[in-house]
Design a protein around this ligand. Structure first.
Ligand code: PRX
Length: 655
């Protein structure tokens, strides 16, 4: 960490926005002053950009912290805001989705068409008994129907839980059960890496193999889009083809108004324990901040821009900056089904050229892997349409930042490095393009209306030039409203640490430089960040010890040039298995096992078979020392270990 900090402190490059960009920018410097003068008034003004069936008179209610409510007496319909109102304003012919399938098929969906599809689907869902407060699981590839599914659920005041298509049947089952979903919307399969990756079989498995789960089946129906054309099994009475019901349904559907605090979605994310948390967001505040931040941070001009956020809808970035923010703003956006390197490594740049993408929002991992492949690939395409670049999900190192700017941004496009979380719902820290001079590697400043601080363990502000913990000191409209079914865990996880001050604890380390700009330094808890995806060390450890060969396991996030962090597992194998199997074979099969249990993103990069794990006298595993080994460093201070010799044994074994 210390070499990283030294490096950060020596960063002195600054980039002013091009003059024309600044002149045309959506964001203006006076937003900061307005918000500083009256932050709730500022958010109320942003909320009034939406259509309210019943205007609100209350703004923030913080009388029962940490449970906030925003705009509580107002009523709106989220889907109406993303669809009907654009059609009613005469923009029905504007393209909402420029969809590109991985094999090269494509579809353009206008706002009028998407509204029509969502209305039909809302009627179908209603016929299936879905109404206000019901939970609907969505497990889909990146196809227009996935967006329609989210919006149709929202239109009915029901709650969606989107589960990333790369998650296993097991992960799917636990999420379906935790939310008590009544309906699953899925597809036969979708294209990934040049072939059809099946989805429906995972749903079938999740719903059939319930031995010993002790949970009553909540799912009544499975609605299936045909995309992959792969063979699927069919459960009569439960399974329904989308194409058999949606096109036939009526396209008349009136959007009912719901109170602003109506839950909109649950999104599961990894925490420090083995069980993923269902982060809950509600309607009015969430949509307000998603739409506002999308306009000012991405400098979105909906009439002229072609926007592309590369995130999957299975993550919060896909919720806020593919579905809700851009559609609430009436943007035209690219939606791409597949992987960046299929069928060739220039696929993304080909898409930028084909559609004339002007705004690109992606993750540092992707940038670093393109960097590795070399500039010759993007240089084969015309990327001159790009005028703004964004980064999200993990710290972007200055080297990757500079490459992004030069090679992708033609040395002129401003870069916004945006810090936020599933829990915050929307971007919290970022430069405002056209206003802020950018600095490679720093997320920089809180958005207008957002209050963050860096504090020490006692909650005292550290001041410029110092490091500490990142906290949010004032409630914000798109803040999570809780953890599904577990209000205690919500308090404990985010609010107990700084209960005296009433600060939200983000779980990230951060540093303020001499200008007061924020530099994110990574998680301070047992959460890893692999390719911008959050993974819990404990969850992977639980998966490993669930394998019959494993006696004990410890997992750490080791730094990785491309993925930011990588999963490194240290595993003690039961004697009986050690005798019968080769260590290489065991390591291979454990990697595959974790992939099956959780999903390919959780598959360890390294599995080290060891005889012992470093523990303190009280039995706590010292992961810090294991991280030293996994990163090939000299092992740090071992004096608090119960057995100080254990690290030399482990180091020798790993080598
Ligand atoms: O550690 C921070 C990191 O990602 C975490 C949030 O992960 P998730 O909820 O999956 O949301 C990711 C997309 C918003 C944070 O606690 N993180 C996110 N953005 C950045 C970041 N770390 C550094 N710089 C960022 N820009």
């Amino acid at each position: 960490m210390s070499s990283q900090i030294d490096h950060l402190l020596s960063e002195s490059r600054r980039f002013a926005p091009p003059a024309q960009f600044a002149a045309d920018a959506v964001a203006t410097a006076d937003l900061y002053a307005q918000a500083a003068a009256d932050d709730t008034g500022f958010w109320a003004a942003q909320a009034r950009e939406l259509h309210w069936h019943t205007p609100f008179t209350q703004v923030l209610d913080w009388s029962n912290p940490p449970f906030a409510s925003w705009f509580a007496d107002g009523e709106l319909n989220v889907a109406y805001n993303c669809l009907d109102r654009h059609v009613e304003a005469g923009n029905g012919e504007r393209v909402a989705l420029l969809w590109e399938g991985e094999p090269g098929d494509s579809r353009h969906v206008t706002y009028a068409e998407l509204t029509d599809e969502v209305k039909r689907l809302a009627n179908v869902l209603q016929d299936l008994g879905i109404g206000e407060g019901d939970r609907v699981a969505i497990y889909m590839p990146m196809i227009p129907e996935a967006i329609a599914a989210m919006l149709a659920v929202a239109r009915l005041g029901a709650i969606h839980s989107v589960i990333f298509g790369g998650f296993s049947a097991d992960s799917l089952r636990s999420r379906i059960d935790d939310a008590g979903a009544k309906l699953v919307i899925t597809a036969d399969g979708g294209y990934r890496k040049g072939k059809v990756s099946a989805l429906k079989p995972a749903v079938d498995m999740a719903l059939s193999d319930r031995n010993g789960s002790g949970v009553q089946e909540s799912v009544e129906h499975v609605l299936v889009v045909r995309r992959g054309g792969n063979d699927v099994e069919w459960t009569e009475g439960r399974d329904i083809w989308w194409h058999d019901v949606v096109p036939q349904a009526s396209a008349e559907h009136e959007a009912r108004a719901f109170p602003a605090e109506t839950p909109l979605f649950i999104l599961y994310t990894s925490g420090t324990t083995g069980k993923p948390k269902g982060i809950m967001h509600t309607s009015g505040g969430y949509l307000t901040q998603a739409a506002f931040s999308n306009r000012v941070v991405h400098d979105l001009h909906p009439e002229t821009d072609v926007y592309w956020c590369t995130a999957d809808i299975g993550w919060i970035t896909g919720h806020s900056y593919v579905t809700y923010g851009p559609l609430a703003n009436g943007a035209t956006q690219v939606l791409y089904e597949g992987t960046p390197d299929t069928p060739h490594p220039g696929r993304w740049w080909e898409i930028v050229q084909k559609y004339g993408v002007t705004i690109l929002y992606t993750a540092p991992t992707a940038i670093r892997s393109f960097m590795k492949l070399g500039r010759a690939i993007p240089e084969q395409y015309d990327l001159s349409s790009l005028r703004l670049l964004g980064s999200v999900g993990e710290p972007i190192n200055p080297e990757a930042w500079m490459w992004y700017r030069k090679v992708i941004g033609g040395k002129v496009a401003p870069i916004v490095d945006t810090w936020w979380q599933t829990e915050t719902g929307a971007i919290m820290i970022s430069a405002l393009p056209g206003v802020t001079e950018t600095k490679p590697g720093s997320a920089q400043v809180p958005l207008p209306g957002v209050a963050v601080e860096v504090v020490d363990d006692d909650g005292v502000h550290v001041g410029n030039g110092n490091g500490g913990l990142l906290v949010i000191t004032r409630p914000w409209p798109s803040m999570l409203r809780g953890i599904w079914g577990d209000p205690e865990r919500y308090k404990e996880t985010y609010w107990d640490k700084f209960a005296a001050q009433g600060y939200y604890f983000a779980g990230d380390g951060a540093r303020l430089d001499e200008d007061g700009d924020v530099w994110l330094l990574g998680r301070v808890d047992d959460v890893m960040n692999v390719s911008g995806h959050r993974l819990s060390t404990t969850e992977i450890e639980s998966a490993l010890v669930a394998n019959e060969a494993v006696a004990e396991a410890a997992v750490v996030g080791a730094s990785d040039e491309t993925t930011g962090q990588a999963v490194a597992a240290f595993v003690i194998i039961k004697q009986s298995y050690l005798a019968a199997h080769s260590p290489d074979g065991l390591a291979q099969s454990l990697r595959a096992w974790v992939g099956e249990q959780i999903g390919p993103i959780a598959r360890p990069r390294d599995v080290y078979i060891v005889e012992e794990l470093p523990k303190t006298r009280s039995g706590k595993i010292m992961r810090r020392l294991l991280r030293d080994v996994a990163e090939g460093r000299e092992v740090g201070d071992t004096t608090t270990l119960a057995d100080t010799a254990v690290m030399s044994v482990i180091s020798a074994q790993v080598r």
